[in-house]
Design a protein around this ligand. Structure first.
Ligand code: ZN
Length: 279
């Protein structure tokens, strides 16, 4: 298997949560990291045009915008507001030249126990924004989340489910709709290999890396650095690259107890080392 290519390492800026976007851009440049995935709250804080200028000046590739999605809502007004917010996210992703807009699709609307209904709302939501994404040339990447987050973050929980939505809404595999393979969410899936192969180059839009700690102390905010947990990272990278994915490996670590507390420069140094040795 080919060693991990340092030119294809990307920082998801949630990993260095302490930093503003301006600091993260400068940090990537300082550490020779060529890709960056941007969160919208930090983008708004910096301003879209200032961010675009700085990212360009530092020669970084924007490997994603986090995030769109969150489609289900208790009523039509709420669903419309979600669509409008996704349309703004598409505009931002277009301005940044992002390689995709990440969709964390949303869970159950408040008070609901109808997960099938929530999934239908997700399909309707993606269908509503897809023409806009196509026109803006911003591919939409559905990110299946681990089933422990089905209620509150995403009712699409496997790659198979995500690809069913892709096949339904984009049967021609135009490149406008695909998936983000986040190892944290999919490592356990017995269908992983088959579904990555099914996705193929046309649907593989992003590869997110970190590690699964044993024990995990928090369902959302206790992700590990690559090499500190039990995910077979080289195997998953080999699967996505074997299926034709030629994009970046993006380090995305939500870690309240550990990595968010550290000096972000130290985090970037360790992340580069681990990418070279564990991924
Ligand atoms: Zn992710």
């Amino acid at each position: 298997m080919k060693p991990a290519d340092p030119a294809r390492l990307s920082l998801n800026t949630i990993t260095t949560k302490k930093w503003t976007l301006a600091q993260a851009i400068e940090g990537c440049a300082r550490h020779g990291i060529r890709g960056i995935t941007v969160w919208r709250d930090r983008l708004q804080e910096m301003g879209v045009s200032a961010a675009v200028q700085s990212i360009k000046a530092h020669g970084l590739a924007v490997t994603g915008l986090c995030r769109g999605g969150m489609f289900p809502a208790p009523d039509a007004v709420g669903r419309k507001a979600a669509i409008d917010d996704n349309l703004r996210a598409i505009e931002e992703a277009q301005a940044l030249g992002a390689s995709c807009l990440i969709l964390v699709v949303g869970g159950l609307p408040a008070g609901s126990k109808d997960i099938a209904g929530a999934r239908e709302q997700v399909r309707d939501g993606i269908a509503a924004i897809l023409p806009h994404a196509k026109a803006a040339k911003v591919p939409l990447a559905i990110e299946p989340l681990h089933p422990m987050q089905a209620a509150d973050r995403a009712c699409i929980n496997t790659l198979g489910q995500a690809l069913d939505v892709c096949d339904l809404l984009d049967p021609g595999k135009t490149g406008a709709l695909g998936v983000a393979v986040d190892v944290y969410h999919v490592w356990w899936d017995p269908q992983l290999e088959a579904q990555i192969a099914r996705a193929g180059k046309a649907r593989l839009l992003a590869h997110h890396i970190c590690d699964w700690l044993v024990p995990t102390k928090d369902l959302a905010f206790d992700r590990g650095m690559m090499g500190d947990g039990i995910i077979d990272l080289p195997r998953i990278r080999a699967l996505v690259e074997g299926a034709g994915y030629a994009g970046y490996s993006e380090v995305e670590i939500f870690s309240e107890p550990d990595w968010w507390q550290r000096d972000p420069d130290q985090v970037l140094r360790i992340m580069k080392e681990r990418y070279a040795t564990c991924c």
